[in-house]
Design a protein around this ligand. Structure first.
Ligand code: HEM
Length: 157
C-alpha cells in the first residue's frame, strides 16, 4: 500500500483563524461560503443536523488550492470536505497520514480504517462542505477475493 509509506512533507500551517474574502468565491457557485476575516473556527463547523446534501458546495478548484482554502487542512471523503486543521493533532491514527491527503480525496483509504460510527462521532463535526471531482492520488487495490470461491481451497480449513 504505497500511500501508507508516503514520506512527503506536508506544509500545514497551524492556522486557527481564517481570512476568506469574497474574491475567493467562485462566481459559478452561489452557495459558496464566505467566512468573515479572522474568525476563530469552532467545532462543529456546521450544525451536525445539516444533511450532507445541504452542505454548501465548494468547487474542487478551491479544495485543491491551498490559498483559496486559507491554508486549512481539508480532506475529502465521499465528496464531503472535512477540515482536519485542528483534529489532525488529536487523530488516533497520527497526523502524518491525514496531512498526506491534504486537498485530496482519500475515500477508500478512510473506509479501510474507520466505521460509520467513527465518521458520525468524530468526522461529522469537521464537515465544511460538499464537492465533486477531487481526485484520490492512489488507485484502490482490488479487494480480497475468497479463496474458496476461486477454487483454491478444496480442503476444509
Ligand atoms: C475526517 C477525518 C478522520 C477522522 C474523523 C478519523 C477518526 C479516527 C478515529 C476515531 C480513530 C480511532 C479508531 C479506533 O479507536 O478504533 C482513527 C484511527 C485511525 N485513522 Fe483516522 N480519522 C480521519 C482520517 C483518517 C485518514 C484520512 C486516514 C488515512 C487514510 C486515517 C487513518 C487512520 C488509522 C491508520 C487509524 C488507526 C487505526 C488502528 O489503530 O487500527 N484516518 N481515526
Amino acid at each position: 500500500m504505497g500511500w501508507l509509506q508516503l514520506k512527503r512533507k506536508a506544509t500545514v500551517l497551524p492556522l486557527h483563524t481564517v481570512a476568506t474574502t469574497e474574491e475567493n468565491c467562485h462566481p459559478a457557485h452561489i452557495e459558496c461560503v464566505v467566512i468573515s476575516t479572522a474568525q476563530t473556527l469552532q467545532y462543529p463547523l456546521l450544525p451536525e443536523d445539516v444533511p450532507d446534501t445541504e452542505l454548501p458546495y465548494i468547487p474542487a478548484t478551491t479544495v485543491l488550492d491551498r490559498t483559496l482554502r486559507n491554508g486549512r487542512l481539508w480532506i475529502v471523503v465521499d465528496d464531503i470536505i472535512y477540515d482536519c486543521t485542528d483534529f489532525v493533532f488529536e487523530h488516533p491514527g497520527g497526523s502524518t497520514v491525514i496531512k498526506s491527503f491534504e486537498g485530496k480525496d482519500c475515500t477508500w483509504q478512510f473506509w479501510r480504517f474507520h466505521t460509520r460510527e467513527h465518521m458520525r462521532d468524530y468526522g461529522r463535526a469537521l464537515r465544511v462542505g460538499r464537492t465533486k471531482g477531487v481526485k484520490n492520488p492512489y488507485k484502490e487495490p482490488p479487494r480480497y477475493v475468497g479463496l474458496r470461491k476461486m477454487g483454491f481451497a478444496d480442503d476444509d480449513w
